[in-house]
Design a protein around this ligand. Structure first.
Ligand code: ADP
Ligand code: MG
Length: 390
């Protein structure tokens, strides 16, 4: 182990009294923007689960509980079999409300299928750690190019099962991307992690035009229409500046997030899944590689074309203007993009039937209009997600 990592591990073990008797830190498995995650052995697991407890009150021995974790292998065995946990050390620079938000949401989602449950959490002064069952997974970059169409359907079924239960509770994950969906291609099981940016639907209460009906929106747009524009900018912009939650990861942000919609819904997560699917089908990671929101809009506009992008902007009260020559008016079909990016455009004019079905599904996920975009519940009913199921 690297000496810096070892130093951090020692520091963590020393900051909580009794840590060393409960957990044995093994290695660092993740380092993100908001936390460092370690793999550890849960030393107490064996003691609690494989032996009987003497209860002084009833003067009786009680058998070990059958279940302690809601995922993984929990058959009690007499042989010593280590149980692993993931210890997420949340950076002390994270705001207390943010940390509390993550732990509270995880607590609310404890019974959701394919969502990594929270075992417990500790705090010592400013340091908070969350203890999660360790989930074996592979690096997305190592398997996404090898996935067959049924593999893709099974992967997405697992991810949409998690999202359906999260969305049922009106929670937006906000950061759907491969590193936050831990998948084991061997067992074909996956769990959703990282609710650090998640929020409840309706947290921002300023109304957005997209929630109006067509006529009302048209009338409101006409009221403060930037009549004359200079190179895309209104001459006299009298509109109030817009503020909206833009949390998430570059390349996975939905168009309504880029257009600063103030009433974002769970559909933003569906768009992000669409980006994952496009990545897998095109065999390009990252598919979108923008440095900022404007570049991200340009990338999306290149695919969908100027006209559809204008419509998408209007929905949230934004004017979309561009003179960039690579952005055509009609854009390109996903089928063309996938044929190009997988270097099949010379030999094949169309995709095989199973990939075509995947593209049909992709279109439903990457719908620029969040109101028409497929929901997680509907996705689970879609023909494509029945592929590979027996
Ligand atoms: P961050 O907010 O820093 O992104 P995450 O919760 O996404 O934190 O965890 C970061 C990484 O740690 C994940 O991408 C994953 O590789 C690893 N990790 C997190 N939770 C687990 C877990 N329960 N089991 C195994 N690995 C995990
Ligand atoms: Mg993460």
């Amino acid at each position: 182990v690297d000496s810096n990592i070892q130093y951090d591990m020692d520091k963590l073990q020393d900051s909580f009294p009794g840590f060393r008797s409960k957990y044995r830190l093994i290695k660092r498995i993740g380092e993100g923007t908001f936390s460092t995650v370690y793999k550890a052995e849960d030393l107490a697991y064996d003691r609690y689960d494989n032996s009987w407890d003497f209860d002084r009150d009833s003067d009786k021995w009680t058998p070990p509980p059958l279940k302690r974790y809601s995922s993984g292998d929990h058959q009690p065995s007499r042989r010593r079999k280590p149980k692993y946990v993931a210890i997420k050390k949340i950076y002390v620079t994270s705001s207390p409300t943010r940390i509390l938000n993550e732990l509270e949401l995880l607590h609310d989602l404890r019974d959701c299928e394919n969502v990594c449950p929270l075992i417990t959490a500790f705090r010592a002064t400013d340091q908070v750690v969350a203890i999660l069952p360790y989930f074996r997974h592979a690096d997305f970059r190592d398997y996404f190019r090898k996935m067959t169409v049924p593999d893709i359907a099974i992967y997405l079924r697992s991810l949409f099962t998690a999202l359906a239960s999260v969305h049922r509770q009106h929670i937006l994950h906000r950061d759907i991307k491969p590193t936050n969906f831990l998948y084991d291609p061997e067992s074909r099981r996956g769990v959703l992690v990282d609710f650090g940016l998640a929020e409840r639907e309706g947290s921002e209460c300023k109304p957005c035009l997209c929630h109006d009906d067509y006529q009302t929106r048209k009338a409101r747009l006409a009221n403060h229409n930037p009549k004359a524009t200079v190179g895309g900018y209104p001459k006299q912009d009298t509109r109030p500046s817009r503020r909206a939650n833009r949390a998430g990861t570059r390349g996975f942000r939905a168009p309504e997030v880029l257009f600063k919609c103030t009433e974002q819904t769970t559909k933003i997560d569906i768009w992000s899944v669409g980006v994952i699917l496009l990545t897998i089908l095109s065999k390009r990671f990252p598919f979108f590689n923008s440095a900022d929101d404007v570049e991200a809009m340009i990338e999306i506009a290149t695919i969908f074309g100027r006209e559809k992008m204008k419509e998408a902007g209007k929905l949230h009260g934004c004017a979309f203007e561009t003179t960039i020559p690579t952005i055509g008016s009609g854009g390109f079909s996903f089928e063309r993009i996938i044929l190009w990016s997988t270097c099949r455009s010379d030999s094949e004019k169309t995709l095989p039937a199973d990939e075509k079905l995947a593209v049909e599904f992709l279109k439903r996920c990457l719908d620029l209009d969040p109101r028409h975009r497929i929901s997680a519940e509907e996705a689970l009913e879609h023909e494509f997600l029945q592929v590979g199921m027996l």
